[in-house]
Design a binder for this molecule. Structure first.
Ligand code: NDP
Length: 384
């Protein structure tokens, strides 16, 4: 049976991994929408290859290039934020939400409104919208499947278990490229060094988040919404090999872990085939050659981001959306060479210390909090 699929953020790292799996089982899928921000050339190439119904660029300036790239085909084209939301509303069996940042929130919410399956990679959307998104999932009857490797691992470890029997959920963290770096070295870390992750090949923003450990902080908040065991039952442990992707400990003392190669095609495949399984081209785990799996506590002195995220989750309300917006702006400024690596978390901390707006209760209110926090963070950057 053919299933229909849309991929929001098709030109990114997650988009490429998802399309690689679809390419291998071409006959089983009909691609409806593929989207990008401004990379019209790559989007047109993918839309042609997968014979998509429609290709959309968020950045309207890229629309002429997209039209040009798809001339002579019957593939529809569109551009702009409203078009992105419209296309995410088109009925499909499964949407892969893989836009980076809060820019993916409105289209992800539009996909959820269909009441079908949404495979969520775009963690910033859930961090910012939190209860607003989970309430929409409940209201529409949509199925939200986690793509993030940690949450996908937890989801798998919870199959057959009861959430009330969970004692701990442990998120594993690689520790990123700077795990062993001193504070002085961190002060001088460059964007090139920050995006060179030891285990995973990812987009630039999440790579920097891994280096600051904010990625784990965002995942902590994401886990809080996906698996409501209570914040005091969620913890983070550094596991440099990235083989165990997360663990669930039950009240009888049994701990279940999901292991796999550091390849996002594994969790993506789990969402594409769920509740069944599908083949992937990933090499089987060779534990004998890996040899050792090691663990260590997080160091919140050098990497304060996990503490900031935990505090934002505890504060609730607008705090997670402010944390996320401040982090997005600070990471972009670091990648642009405007601020030092260590200033990223410092700026996020300053934003969380400022007067926070009331808790957002709707998508528009979340977007309002996000916009205001971005503006305020930019002002802070000017004075930094
Ligand atoms: P990339 O930067 O590789 O790709 C991002 C995608 O989003 C691209 O298609 C990009 O288009 C599009 N995009 C960027 N900005 C906008 C915007 N303003 N409006 C609409 N579309 C936009 O990111 P990743 O694939 O690495 O990450 C995507 C999401 O998945 C993130 O939330 C990340 O945290 C999460 N994730 C990623 C993992 C990974 O291994 N990469 C692992 C787990 C989660 P264009 O190419 O035109 O810029």
């Amino acid at each position: 049976m053919t299933r229909t699929i849309s991929i929001l953020g098709a030109t990114g790292s997650i988009g490429a991994s998802a399309l690689d799996l679809i390419r291998r089982e071409r006959g089983k899928w009909r691609v409806v929408a593929l989207t990008a921000n401004g990379n019209a050339e790559q989007l047109a190439k993918l839309a042609r290859e997968f014979d998509a119904e429609i290709a959309v660029v968020a950045h309207e300036d890229a629309l002429p290039a997209l039209r040009e790239g798809l001339s002579g085909t019957a593939i529809e084209t569109a551009g702009g934020a409203a078009a992105l939301v419209e296309v995410a509303s088109r009925p499909v069996d499964i949407t892969i939400a893989a836009i980076v940042g809060c820019a993916g929130l409105a289209p992800t919410m539009a996909a959820i409104e269909q009441g079908k399956t949404v495979a969520l990679a775009n963690k910033e959307a859930l961090v910012s919208a939190g209860d607003v998104m989970t309430a929409a999932v409940v209201r529409t009857g949509a199925t939200l499947l986690p793509v993030d490797s940690e949450h996908n691992a937890i989801f798998q470890c919870l199959q057959g278990g009861k959430i009330e029997d969970v004692r701990w959920i442990t998120l594993t963290a690689s520790g990123g490229p700077f795990r062993e770096w001193s504070q002085d070295q961190l002060e001088a870390a460059t964007p090139k060094q920050a995006v060179a992750h030891p285990n995973w090949d990812m987009g630039a923003k999440i790579s920097v988040d891994s280096a600051t450990m904010m990625n784990k902080g965002l995942e902590f908040i994401e886990a809080h919404h996906l698996f409501p065991v209570g914040l005091d039952r969620l913890r983070i442990i550094v596991h440099p090999q990235s083989i165990i992707h997360s663990m669930v400990e039950y009240r009888d003392g049994s701990t279940l872990a999901q292991l796999g190669p550091s390849d996002m095609r594994v969790p993506i495949a789990s969402t594409l085939a769920w509740p069944a399984r599908m083949d992937t081209p990933c090499a089987p785990l060779d534990l004998a050659s890996i040899g050792n799996l090691s663990f260590q506590a997080t160091d919140e002195q050098r990497f304060p981001a996990t503490r900031l995220a935990r505090e934002a989750a505890e504060a609730g309300g607008a705090a997670p959306a402010v944390l996320n917006a401040a982090n997005e702006i600070a990471v972009a400024a670091f990648l642009d060479g405007q601020i030092k690596f260590t200033q990223i978390s410092a700026i996020v901390a300053r934003m969380l210390e400022s007067a926070l707006p009331p808790a957002p209760a709707s998508l528009d209110e979340v977007l309002g909090v996000d916009e205001a926090a971005r503006r305020q963070t930019r002002e802070l950057l000017v004075s930094a």
